[in-house]
Write a protein of this length. Sequence first.
Length: 29
Amino acid sequence: MDETDELEYIFLKHIIDVKPIWKKRITKK
């Protein structure tokens, strides 16, 4: 695995993990 591929994977995983939190915040308001 290249270093750039690993960073991209971590970045995408972070976005996927954060998305549900955004949905919850939007529905609360």
